[in-house]
Design a protein around this ligand. Sequence first.
Ligand code: GLU
Ligand code: MG
Length: 450
Amino acid sequence: MSPISDADLDRFEGHLESWDCSNLWIIFHDYSARSCAKWIPQSTIRNAVRRGGIFARANLNFTIDDNQVPDPRFGADSGDFFAIPDPDTLVPVPYRPGLARVHSWMRTESGEPWEGCPRTQLAAQLDRLAEHGLSARVAFEPEFSLYHAGPDGSLIPADQHAMYSVDRVSDDFDLLARIEQALVAQNVEVIQIGSEYGKGQVEINIDHSTPIKAADDLLIMRDTVRAIARDAGLVATFMPKVDAAAAGNGLHVHLSLWDADGEEDRSTGDGPLGLSAEMSHFIGGVLAHAPAICGVAAPTVNSYKRLQPASWAPAHISYGEGNRSALVRIPGSSRRRLEFRSGDNTSNPYLLLTALIGAGLDGLDNQLDPGQPAGEDLGHASQQELDAEGIRFLPRSAGEALDAIEHDETVMAALGPVCGPELLRVKRYELARYEVEVTDWERNVYMERV
Ligand code: GLU
Ligand code: MG
C-alpha cells in the first residue's frame, strides 16, 4: 500500500507498452461488488496512476440497480475518494485489445488509506492474522448460468443438457475456451471448468492464492465471463437463484491457514477430522459468527431463496467432513482446509473474507470449540432432531441476515466504521424496495381466488 514510486511508474508504463495497451481502467468495487472504472487514455496515464482515479464517495450509497439510498451518509456534498492503482494487479484485457485494467486502494483526499475501502479492510485482517504468526490461502468456486433470449425476448437456459455431462462443455467449447484464455492472460489461474447440475450452469474453479489476489481474481472472472458471454449474444448470470426450480449459483470459499511466510501448513494436525488446534479454533469462530458472516456473504433477498434445506446449499450452522450440506465442509484430502458454502456472488468478496477471517481470529483469540461435526444432511432432519443436537438455522431471510451483521460486534469491527454501516444501508434499502413490490407469484395465487 506504499505510494507509487517513479520506478513503479516506469515499470507500469513498460508493461502497457509491451502489451500494446494505450488505455487503462482504474477499477474499484462498491459494497455490492460492482466493478466501477475510470477510463484513462494514454496521455494522462502517468498522472492518473500517481494521483488515482477520482470518484465521488456518493457512489457508495447507491444500490446495485442505481438507486440512491434515502438517508445517504455520502450525499452530493460528501467529496471524493481516490482509487490508487495497485501496480501488482495490472493486466491486459485480452477481449478488449489495447486496454489494460488495474485494481486499486481507495484513499482519502489527503492520501491516507480509507476505511471505506473493502480491499483495505481485508488487508487489515490479514495484518491481524500475521500478528498470530499466520497467513491464509484462499480459492473461490464461483457458479454461473448461461441464458439466451427466446423468441418472445424472455431468457431461457442456454441448454437442457444433463448434469455434469460433457455435452454442455462441448456445445459451449468456443465460449469457455475464450473465457479460459482470457482469464489466464489476466493472470487468473483456472484449475478446472465443469458443467454444474443446473440447466446451462457452469463452475470455474480458480487456484488458491493470497486472500487479496483471490478476491481480485474472482472479480476479474465475473467481469470476463459476463463480457465474453454478452459478446457471444448470451447472458451469463451469477444470480444466486434465477427461478424457484433452477439450481442455485453459489460462491464457495476455500481457506487454509499457513505460517506467516506461507510455507508451513497450519491447518492440518492430529485433532478431530485431522485439523490443527488453530484450524479448529478458527472454525469455532466461523461457526460462532456464522449468521453475520452469512449476511455479508449472502446479502440480498435472492440469496435466501438459494439457502434452503436439502438443496446442496447450507441452511444450518454446522461443519462436517466431506458433507456438502454443511455450512463449513472439510474437504477430504490429506491436507486440510475449510470450505465456507453459504456465500454467493451478490457479495463483495473482500468484505466476505474480512468477515470470515475476523470471525476466525475471534475463534483463535478465545480458543472457541467448533463442537461435534455433522455427519448427515441436516436439510432432512426434523426440528426435534435439530433441537436435540443444538443446531441452529442460518438466517432465513435477508432482513434477518442484515440484522445479524449489525448485532455482531466482531464482524462489525472487522468491516470497520464505513464498510459495515454502509453495506447495511445499501442492502437494507434494496430490501425495502423489494418488500413493497407485488410479484407475479402473488397475482397468480391471489388475484382470482380472493
Ligand atoms: N450449486 C450449489 C450451491 O448453490 C452447490 C453445488 C456444489 O456442491 O458444487 O451452493
Ligand atoms: Mg459447484
